[in-house]
Design a protein around this ligand. Structure first.
Ligand SMILES: *[C@@H]1O[C@H](CO)[C@@H](O)[C@H](O)[C@H]1NC(C)=O
Ligand SMILES: *[C@@H]1O[C@H](CO)[C@@H](O)[C@H](O)[C@H]1NC(C)=O
Ligand SMILES: *[C@@H]1O[C@H](CO)[C@@H](O)[C@H](O)[C@H]1NC(C)=O
Ligand SMILES: *[C@@H]1O[C@H](CO)[C@@H](O)[C@H](O)[C@H]1NC(C)=O
Ligand SMILES: *[C@@H]1O[C@H](CO)[C@@H](O)[C@H](O)[C@H]1NC(C)=O
Ligand SMILES: *[C@@H]1O[C@H](CO)[C@@H](O)[C@H](O)[C@H]1NC(C)=O
Length: 547
């Protein structure tokens, strides 16, 4: 009876986005949502998974009291704060995956719309923000005794970095690119004694007046050591050492911008060491048509972009190959999952990024399967019970779940009388591969060398209930991302070369001899999550440190 009602035509009229999909599954074949906490006190605007399985989360300091107090009666006193000059609430928390608990952290200056990257030694470096925070660098280092907190370095940056993108480099430095009205890049650590910035013409040329449409540029480190930088509709291969454009690629077809506030997203597809030569491919999906921002200000929320462009840059005449997502999406997050698939999650189906400018939450994530035939690349997942609009975020967790939080399309923490109230919850999405029906073929990592060196062999043992002979077995490392504004900085996956599989006969366990990534350009040094994937089903991740 219920099914019949759901299939009645009126249902489609009221919920056009559901038209092409089946009704929600209960068997986990479209994944599962779970609410972890209805209220963690802040809105998860920026998120970074650390190698101690804790997640650093923060929003901003200049929009009034959050719902979690600073510990020990501390307060933040900021005469220049427009919303609250004495603020005794926290705007950052540390979420512990294992215990499913969280505690407040203290940020002194404004982290709004900032960027970050994790150093090879595991310390998170966050840069910039707004107002008194716009040239501050902050560091967070994990500690075993749970008292560690942010340390701030005021006036560290040479320019204000608000809506910039960071990328970890092969030598362990971080490059910080762009920001609102800043058409330049600089490095962490800064050279001494003098700070240095370098102009980036692409950012000047792609800026569209006050709307911009080129903020939070998509930056991917390529195996040849150059950076791929995408802004608006254009993209270049860039040699940051010599401040030189190596190549410019064709504009993405369709003519519509893909960067903030026409926020789409982008990933570098997995780099596969088993290929004869590594063939990097970039995927850019979603966004909002040119003019969407101005139209939204006038109350017209235009349909988001539904196309993805995929660029294989080693082709001499590289050109974008276009695909159409089953659901249009602006402000969608794109994450590489342990299987090598890409999940496109969060965001809206119309309007654009910015205060109150998004509409029609895109509650159903979509999975993109990069190696499927072109007409079978997408599958649609179970809808989230909560909209996740502007200032929401998603990251991959150690065990393969996706952590989703945030949503704050207002100047303040407004919980009523607004479209899409500020959301303080955290929830997880478990992709179909986590379904218990795969328990017998899910690999379990028993041991692995915890340090991996470029090009060096290391051993890894795993067990599996039922080994499917001839099925695809792979070992993958994933760099956890710094995610904000629908873009996951530093995210990358390398499929490692397995050069021997030893069957331990008696114990249904196997030992693999695996070769570390062949260079720091393919995988910069740092902490990675390592997964064994057997027949499409990933193990839980274990942390390895790449030298
Ligand atoms: C959080 O919100 C609840 C419910 O509105 C309120 O009772 C509590 O005082 C708030 N806590 C803080 C620290 O703002
Ligand atoms: C990592 O390096 C940074 C910069 O040198 C330093 O401030 C931080 O304390 C280091 N972290 C660890 C865990 O050693
Ligand atoms: C940023 O740094 C510059 C140069 O050190 C300084 O003059 C300026 O006041 C700083 N801006 C803020 C907002 O602190
Ligand atoms: C690339 O394009 C140029 C100019 O259109 C053409 O001459 C050349 O043959 C193309 N190369 C390949 C490999 O398609
Ligand atoms: C949002 O919150 C602010 C600060 O609490 C308040 O001044 C404003 O009226 C609220 N806006 C709406 C639409 O409720
Ligand atoms: C499996 O065999 C390898 C190589 O002989 C050995 O190093 C490893 O300890 C064995 N693992 C288990 C779980 O028996």
């Amino acid at each position: 009876m219920v099914k019949f009602l759901l299939l009645a035509p009126t249902f489609f009229i009221f919920f056009p986005s559901v038209m092409t999909q089946t009704i929600p599954s209960s068997d986990g074949s479209q994944g599962r949502w779970r609410l972890l906490h209805a209220n963690v006190g802040i809105s998860a605007m920026h998120m970074q998974l650390m190698h101690d399985n804790k997640v650093v989360i923060f929003d901003r300091t200049d929009f009034g009291p959050s719902n979690i107090s600073l510990p020990g009666g501390r307060c933040r006193i900021d005469p220049s704060d427009e919303a609250l000059k004495i603020d005794c609430t926290a705007h950052s928390i540390l979420y512990d995956i294992i215990t499913d608990t969280y505690r407040p952290l203290m940020v002194q200056t404004d982290t709004w719309c900032s960027s970050g990257a994790v150093l090879p030694n595991g310390t998170l470096v966050q840069t910039g923000g707004f107002h008194d925070g716009d040239n501050v660098t902050r560091m967070y280092t994990s500690c075993p005794d749970d008292i560690c907190d942010w340390v701030e370095y005021p006036n560290y940056l040479s320019r204000r970095r608000w809506y910039a993108t960071n990328q970890i480099l092969p030598d362990g430095r971080i490059i910080i690119i762009g920001g609102r009205r800043e058409f330049s890049y600089e490095f962490f650590p800064r050279p001494s004694p003098r700070r240095q910035t370098f102009q980036l013409r692409l950012l000047i040329e792609t800026r569209e007046g006050n709307v911009e449409n080129n903020l939070y540029p998509y930056v991917h480190l390529f195996p040849d050591g150059n950076l791929f930088i995408f802004a608006n509709t254009r993209s270049i291969l860039f040699d940051y050492n010599q401040n030189r454009v190596v190549r410019e690629f064709p504009r993405i077809p369709g003519g519509d911008p893909r960067n903030y506030p026409s926020t789409g997203s982008s990933v570098l597809l997995p780099l596969d060491e088993n290929e004869h030569s590594i063939d990097p491919e970039v995927l850019v999906c979603g966004g909002a048509p040119r003019g969407a921002y101005q139209q939204a200000l006038r109350g017209t929320y235009v349909r988001a972009i539904s196309t993805c462009g995929r660029l294989r840059i080693t082709d001499q005449n590289a050109s974008w190959v276009m695909d159409t997502m089953p659901i249009p999406r602006v402000m969608g997050d794109m994450l590489l999952l342990p299987t090598g698939d890409v999940i496109i999650i969060n965001g809206g189906q119309s309007g654009t990024a910015g205060w109150e400018l998004g509409r029609q939450a895109a509650t159903r994530p979509v999975m993109y399967h990069p190696s499927n035939p072109s007409d079978q690349r997408f599958s649609v997942m179970e809808p989230s019970p909560r909209p996740r609009m502007y200032h929401s975020a998603a990251i991959l967790l150690t065990d393969g779940r996706v952590l989703v939080g945030g949503g704050n399309p207002h100047i303040y923490y407004n919980f009523s009388d607004v479209f899409y109230p500020t959301d303080l919850s955290l929830e997880t999405f478990s992709p179909p591969y986590l379904s218990t029906q795969y328990a017998s073929i899910r690999p379990v990592i028993l041991s692995v060398d915890d340090t991996v060196s470029p090009g060096q062999r290391f051993l890894l043992s795993f067990s599996v209930g039922e080994y499917i002979a001839g099925s695809v077995l792979s070992v993958r490392i994933v760099a956890p991302s710094f995610t904000t504004h629908s873009y996951s900085m530093n995210q990358r996956m390398v499929v490692l070369r397995i050069d021997e599989i030893i069957d331990n006969e008696t114990s249904s366990s196997y030992t693999l001899s695996v070769v570390g990534p062949s260079s720091a350009e393919i995988a910069p040094p740092g902490y990675y999550l390592l997964y064994v994937v057997h027949s499409g089903i990933p193990s839980s991740g274990v942390w390895v440190r790449l030298q």
